[in-house]
Design a protein around this ligand. Sequence first.
Ligand SMILES: NC(=O)c1ccc[n+]([C@@H]2O[C@H](COP(=O)([O-])OP(=O)(O)OC[C@H]3O[C@@H](n4cnc5c(N)ncnc54)[C@H](O)[C@@H]3O)[C@@H](O)[C@H]2O)c1
Length: 324
Amino acid sequence: MKFLITGGAGFIGSHLADALLARGDAVVALDDLSTGSTENIERARGHASFEFCEGCVTDGALVGRLASECDAILHMAAAVGVRRVIAATSASMDVNLRGTQTVLQTADRLAKPVVLASSSEVYGKGHRIPFAEDDDVLLGATCSPRWSYAGAKAVGEWLALSLAREHGVRVLCMRLFNTVGPRQTGRYGMVLPTFVRQAIRDEPLTVYGDGAQARCFGHVRDVVACALRLFESDKAWGTVVNVGSDLEITIDALARLVRERCASSSEIEHVDYASVSEISIDEPLRRVPDLSRLRACIGDVPTTPIEHIVDDVIARVRTGVETA
Ligand SMILES: NC(=O)c1ccc[n+]([C@@H]2O[C@H](COP(=O)([O-])OP(=O)(O)OC[C@H]3O[C@@H](n4cnc5c(N)ncnc54)[C@H](O)[C@@H]3O)[C@@H](O)[C@H]2O)c1
């Protein structure tokens, strides 16, 4: 098959491209290189079945032309990272809303299946742990730009599911939980690459609040494997599916683990939420996925232990050499 990957030079998109190329599929990657990089697609570019197109996902004519040559669309392009979304809220919402609408309308017009990368952010400040796909969502107030990303992702899901119901478009919404691994940049506030860089330089590891907030980190390799198996599963189309790991770790414990695996002498510094403008005290304490639907669709869910994930990220940051 030939896949159009929007955001194909990004962290997850480039790993998806590598996995598809490795199994013999062809890939067209569309990316504006805003947070992605040509470095991410270095390996893919050596492949005869890979094409890269620099352009914007809101460009309907371009998306239409590329999609018409492909069998399916994997829509990964988005303006991501709390820091970036808060600094340029209207621009990021434009990409996240209009980009998704462009992709979905193209899929509808050309009758192509489409996989959307949604986010666990959609659950917002939900209290019921673990988060199941049909739970109510509890987003923060619209005066807080932090929630605009979650709002745009939720609207994207609504749009996708309504096109599936009304026009029979084959859509699959993956609600991705924290995905980490080689190639993820720490530039936009992502916690693991930030800790690893700080630990390698023996700088203080900055933990927001008391560090008791917990997250589940999935290796990008596992997330890509789940995405490809979901694509093959008849049960997943027309639904929303949580994708990620359900192994929880507090941010404080993650900082200690990174320091230990790096053999670093860094201090762990707790920074008051109030002093960091881009982080809100709205930050949910826990975010754990219910993976029952994912398991029902694909069977066993690969879950790399956090120690191995941390080691992979350290190796990548230390050497700049691809490890996954
Ligand atoms: N990494 C995570 O933990 C996580 C969690 C939940 C959801 N997601 C979603 O997964 C997808 C991929 O995220 P990622 O972590 O790989 O981030 P990323 O920033 O590495 O990937 C996004 C890619 O989209 C590209 N892009 C942005 N705006 C574009 C535009 N207007 N036109 C074309 N390309 C554009 C960027 O250059 C980048 O390459 C996103 O939709 C994101 O919302 C990621």
